[in-house]
Design a protein around this ligand. Sequence first.
Ligand SMILES: *[C@@H]1O[C@H](CO)[C@@H](O)[C@H](O)[C@H]1NC(C)=O
Ligand SMILES: *[C@@H]1O[C@H](CO)[C@@H](O)[C@H](O)[C@H]1NC(C)=O
Ligand SMILES: *[C@@H]1O[C@H](CO)[C@@H](O)[C@H](O)[C@H]1NC(C)=O
Ligand SMILES: *[C@@H]1O[C@H](CO)[C@@H](O)[C@H](O)[C@H]1NC(C)=O
Ligand SMILES: *[C@@H]1O[C@H](CO)[C@@H](O)[C@H](O)[C@H]1NC(C)=O
Length: 280
Amino acid sequence: MTVLLVFGLFVVIATAHNITYLEVPQYGDPRRDGDLICHYVSEKGDPPLHSVKWYRDNNEIFRFTPGQQPPTRTFNTTAGSVSRGACNLNSCSISVVLPRRYNTRISFTCEVSTEGPRFAVVNQTKYLTVAVTLKEDPVITGASGNVQLGEDVLLNCSTKPAMPPANIVWYVDGRPEKTEPWMSDNTEVSSADDFGLRSSWRPLRVRVATARGFIAVRCEANQPTRPPYMRSSNATLVVARSPHLSMYTASGSSSADVAMVLATCICVHIFSKYSALSEV
Ligand SMILES: *[C@@H]1O[C@H](CO)[C@@H](O)[C@H](O)[C@H]1NC(C)=O
Ligand SMILES: *[C@@H]1O[C@H](CO)[C@@H](O)[C@H](O)[C@H]1NC(C)=O
Ligand SMILES: *[C@@H]1O[C@H](CO)[C@@H](O)[C@H](O)[C@H]1NC(C)=O
Ligand SMILES: *[C@@H]1O[C@H](CO)[C@@H](O)[C@H](O)[C@H]1NC(C)=O
Ligand SMILES: *[C@@H]1O[C@H](CO)[C@@H](O)[C@H](O)[C@H]1NC(C)=O
């Protein structure tokens, strides 16, 4: 950063290092330390690096001062501690112990200052949310066997343990599952495991009543984190056409149709996709 200061006849150029990239994971799993890295560059004519400081929610937790012995210092704050730190003239990485308070949002700031006479300072802040996000897409079960017109198909969608637990929403042919007041329409959640993680599931009953040859179902598992985290799975139920009816409609039609008629198995295609909504 270059700041031009004019004092009477003198022109003083005070420059600071430039923070090029601050790496803070969007979600931090409290079962392991969070790794943060601050990258910075000095530009031509910059005074030497004076210090790099890390702040957690505005409390200083770590300092690197290359001109001092020892060059690094950690500050034990009530907010938590730094388990490791390694810095040089271009980057400074630290590992922080994360609290087991799920959904807590922590700000981390990297601040770089240059030597005098002006001690120019730049900083950058990013946020980490304590959460164990889903590492896999939810699993749809019950989609095997024959699906016939008029049949009730019972599906189940479940997730691996996560925290906070996911809320599950089903979509049938793009429309959210219809829930009646008398239905238990909440996602079921398991008891907590040793680390407080919980898995979620939600059954869905689908009445096969379509003139089309398939039903598209989608299961979305949403974790109510800040920002929200979502993973989903799709399944297609192919409805076997009645062979009796098809014998008539198949006459004179294409061989593809005949193959469809003869198909007695049900084909289920499962597609998966995940997405994390973009950083706030
Ligand atoms: C910092 O570095 C970026 C990328 O190299 C550059 O675009 C930006 O102008 C620099 N900022 C300052 C204040 O020097
Ligand atoms: C930080 O302080 C706590 C209690 O105040 C202590 O248990 C812990 O060992 C300290 N950690 C470090 C790295 O000094
Ligand atoms: C970062 O810099 C801004 C001004 O540029 C200042 O208001 C803020 O207090 C600084 N943050 C920290 C944590 O030092
Ligand atoms: C759905 O899956 C969950 C998790 O595997 C299981 O506990 C639950 O009993 C299943 N429900 C039904 C209706 O199959
Ligand atoms: C899953 O289905 C939804 C609509 O229900 C669609 O928008 C999405 O692209 C599908 N994903 C995959 C991977 O096929």
